[in-house]
Design a protein around this ligand. Structure first.
Ligand SMILES: NC(=O)c1ccc[n+]([C@@H]2O[C@H](COP(=O)([O-])OP(=O)(O)OC[C@H]3O[C@@H](n4cnc5c(N)ncnc54)[C@H](O)[C@@H]3O)[C@@H](O)[C@H]2O)c1
Length: 344
């Protein structure tokens, strides 16, 4: 395939681009390298060969049209985005321009110059809002949503809230609608937590990676200041290792004719769900550290539990995660240790 990956030097993009090269695709990555680590990811992709880089800004119509017209992709994986809730609250205009206007430019460019391309969009569980209408139980380590034993499905009502939730949700709906109105071959994936190698996590985004990093710092310096967490640490997400997400995207592109206009909730599912406190317990055990943290206020619109019900993806994509959460987290620890040694 000829693939165009926007945000292709980010965490997910780098994993997809690398895997696509390995299977023989012609891979074009489009990125403005604004994210910490994306320059390093580009250097890594280039060191592994074969990926073509297009510098550009998704907010700029000319940049977007130019790359779509030049590449004429058969597949577009749209990952470029403003990805942090906190940054969206600080600068909602930038968030809107990146996530809504950028996605709109890309849809229009594909409609004009690459009409037949499969188009995958990475949306978020945040489009379901804070899920405050759900009944929760609280155990020693996590919240539990007993009425949703298989997690939350795609029929969960949309409840756009916070600038980030609104911008991702608006883009998500445009992507769905372009399949209906213009016959584009679009698919939306609503992701919860994705983690893995090549992820440059920050306090704002990428919590699994961020706390692995904190734990490694505690191992280096057990006396360091406690780190902070938002809320009480019992919030739960289903975590998905990047390799599994890559397989999901490839499965979708293969079946694009049958799934255009569909939405999928994609995560690790119930068996790969964990709370912050449960992650801390695992890190303490494998790294031999004692983690000290301070609880701060909950983030706006934070969900106590989000676990994706992945039944629809199992049925329509013949996909399910194969990397369990512990194997994935241990792989992430090894990658971060290798980076510390300058080996990754
Ligand atoms: N990682 C997760 O847990 C997660 C969860 C839900 C949804 N998502 C979505 O998946 C997508 C990819 O996430 P990620 O974790 O790889 O994020 P990331 O920040 O690592 O990658 C995003 C890439 O987009 C680029 N970018 C940002 N603004 C740009 C612009 N204006 N023009 C061109 N490029 C720009 C960045 O430089 C970066 O390389 C995002 O859209 C995100 O909202 C991710």
């Amino acid at each position: 395939m000829r693939l165009l990956i926007t945000g292709g030097c980010g965490f997910v993009g780098t994993n997809v681009a690398h895997a696509a090269r390995l299977r023989g695709d012609e891979v074009h990555v489009f990125d403005n390298l604004s994210r910490w680590g994306s320059g390093e990811n580009l250097a890594w992709l280039q060191a592994h060969g074969g990926v073509r880089f297009h510098y550009g800004d998704i907010r700029n119509r000319n940049d977007v049209e130019g790359v779509v017209r030049a590449v004429k992709p058969d597949g577009v994986i749209h990952l470029a985005g403003q990805v942090a809730m906190t940054a969206a609250l600080r600068d909602p205009r930038r968030d809107f321009e990146t996530n809504v206007v950028g996605t709109f430019h890309l849809l229009e460019a594909v409609r004009e110059y690459a009409r037949g391309a499969g188009f995958l969009y990475s949306s978020t569980n945040k489009v379901y809002g804070d899920l405050s209408w759900v009944a929760y139980e609280e155990t020693a380590t996590r919240y539990v949503a007993r009425d949703f034993p298989e997690g939350f499905g795609e029929e969960t009502p949309l409840a756009l809230s916070t600038p980030y939730g609104c911008s991702k949700g608006a883009a998500d709906q445009y992507v769905v609608d372009y399949a209906k109105m213009y016959g584009l071959r679009t698919v939306v994936f609503r992701h919860s937590t994705i983690f893995g190698e090549r992820q440059f996590a920050t306090f704002d985004q990428g919590w699994v990676g961020w706390f692995v990093q904190q734990a490694l710092e505690v191992r280096r310096n057990p006396e360091r200041e406690p780190f902070t967490i938002a809320g009480n640490g019992k919030q739960v997400r289903d975590v998905l290792f990047a390799d599994d997400l890559v397989r999901c995207y490839f499965a979708a592109l293969e079946r694009i004719n049958d799934i255009s206009g569909e939405v999928f909730n994609i995560g690790g599912g119930v068996s790969n769900s964990m709370s912050l406190l449960e992650l801390f317990a695992h890190l303490e055990e494998v790294l031999g550290v004692k983690l000290r943290y301070r609880s701060e206020a909950w983030r706006p619109s934070d969900q106590k539990v989000f676990i994706a019900c992945i039944r629809k993806a199992e049925e329509l994509l013949s996909w399910r995660p194969v990397v369990d959460k512990i194997t994935g987290i241990n792989a992430m620890i090894r990658w971060m240790e290798a980076r510390e040694r300058g080996e990754a």
